[in-house]
Design a protein around this ligand. Structure first.
Ligand code: HAM
Length: 419
């Protein structure tokens, strides 16, 4: 038997119902903030991700699904959505339409070690906001993320962590300071961190290995070395969040695994997910549009992992949608009449499961019960002869006969008025 690739999953009916809910809430809530959906390709030129996400990041160095197409071009499945959105922004000259607010949903691909909440094909809902430079936009975006997460039913379990990663002006001297500090105890760092030390030293701060913790806690942090502009930006952001009643924690060690960030970085973690507890993450990337060849435009965004949201909302339960009507038919003539009746009821807007594959009255009624339909309708030879159907209320176990020509109106009224 051929199975799915490791770290890649089917979403079965029932699970998809929950996912549709997650997506429709995004559509509805983001719309209120002026965001519209964008759909970008699942694969792009490898160079896009190398330049946008950063050639020395784990994502680009170790995790991309990269292949040569038949023309010899190096392409990669997208490991995240921001690079493509920025490419689209530049390619379509969207700097003429600021502020440009877009959201996206869909699969992303990273060759990571699979575990709970971490897949190789996973799904994100993300938002990107181009144009505004001040902390008001940062606060509004975080408020929107929290609005969405609480709106889908995650209330108490969320923690919003924020940090500032400084700007080009203040990060370079800080980076030198950090490297100097880390070098003094380089021998205590793990192999990965020793490697990162020269190439991407901020990532050392993010290492979760116990052996690196002592060195990291002594290292200087960006927050203590912000320039006045970055300092003010961060201070105002905190005030805005407080003003909105959004509780938040400053985490000076949060650095993020993508290189494009500056100033504000944030993560929203949730209790109950284990090690992979970040449900949403993002930040500012004011230099990226220009770096990708566009007109300099500040921007900020975030993305949420749908698998993690689904795990939190519902570990095991399935949300198969109940049907409104289950149609039981007994005999060939009744089957044919049932097919027609189901067709008419569906075209009138009702959800109808027509019994397929025959069976006795008892077995068909059992299936009707399992389908969780609110009503069962029954047609046999006697009903056909009298031009009626039997309608059974499955909750109240009452039944009545309805003339076939009246069924549509009757069933619509019943379905609309029944709890
Ligand atoms: P990220 O932190 O790499 O950021 O991913 C955002 C979220 O996607 C994570 O917090 C997590 O919920 C989910 N996620 C990431 N990797 C996996 C995985 N292997 N399996 C399951 N879920 C995963 C970004 O991707 C940025 N593009 C976010 C952003 C948008 N920044 C600015 N704009």
């Amino acid at each position: 038997m051929i199975q799915t690739v490791r770290g890649v999953h089917d979403l079965l009916p029932g699970e998809t119902t929950l996912w549709q809910f997650l997506e429709s809430e995004a559509l509805s809530i983001f719309r209120r903030y002026g965001f519209e959906e964008i759909r970008t390709p699942l694969f792009e030129k490898t160079e896009l991700f190398a330049r946008a996400v950063g050639a020395t990041t784990d994502i680009v160095e170790k995790e991309m699904y990269t292949f040569a197409d038949r023309g010899g071009d190096s392409l990669s499945l997208r490991p995240e959505g921001t690079a493509s959105v920025v490419r689209a922004f530049v390619q379509q000259s969207m700097h003429r339409h600021l502020p440009w607010k877009v959201w996206y949903r869909g699969p992303m691909f990273r060759y990571e070690r699979p575990q709970k909440g971490r897949q190789r094909q996973f799904h994100q809902i993300g938002c990107e906001l181009f144009g505004p430079e001040g902390p008001l936009a940062d606060a509004e975006l975080m408020a929107m993320a929290m609005h969405y997460l609480t709106g889908i039913g995650l209330k108490d379990a969320l923690v919003l962590e924020i940090n500032s990663l400084g700007c080009l002006a203040c990060r370079a001297p800080y980076r030198d300071r950090l490297i100097a500090a880390l070098r003094t105890s380089a021998a205590q760092l793990c192999d990965d961190c020793q490697n990162r030390l020269e190439r991407n030293p901020l990532r050392v701060l993010d290492c979760k290995r116990e052996s690196c913790r002592a060195t990291i806690t002594r290292a200087p942090v960006m927050l203590d070395h912000l320039c006045p502009g970055c300092h003010t930006h961060f201070a105002i952001l905190k005030d805005h969040l407080t003003g909105l009643g959004i509780s938040h924690q400053v985490n000076p060690l949060m650095v993020r695994g993508l290189d494009y960030y500056n100033r504000t970085a944030f993560e929203i973690t949730a209790v109950g997910l284990g090690a992979q507890n970040a449900v949403a993450a993002g930040g500012r990337y004011d230099g990226l549009v220009e770096q990708m060849g566009g007109t300099a435009t500040p921007a900020i965004g975030f993305a949420m992992g749908l698998e993690r949201l689904a795990l939190l909302l519902d570990g095991e339960n399935r949300h198969t949608l109940p049907m409104e009507v289950y149609l039981v038919t007994l005999g060939n003539a009744a089957e044919q009449a049932g097919l027609k009746l189901a067709d008419t009821l569906r075209k009138a807007g009702l959800s109808v499961e027509l019994n397929l594959g025959g069976g006795s009255l008892k077995s068909q009624m059992k299936r009707a019960g399992r389908s969780q339909a609110r009503f069962a309708m029954l047609i046999g030879d006697t009903e056909l002869a009298n031009n009626v159907v039997v309608v059974k209320d499955m909750l109240q176990s009452q039944q009545q006969e309805i003339p076939i020509p009246e069924t549509v109106n009757h069933m619509i009224t019943l379905c609309r008025t029944s709890p």
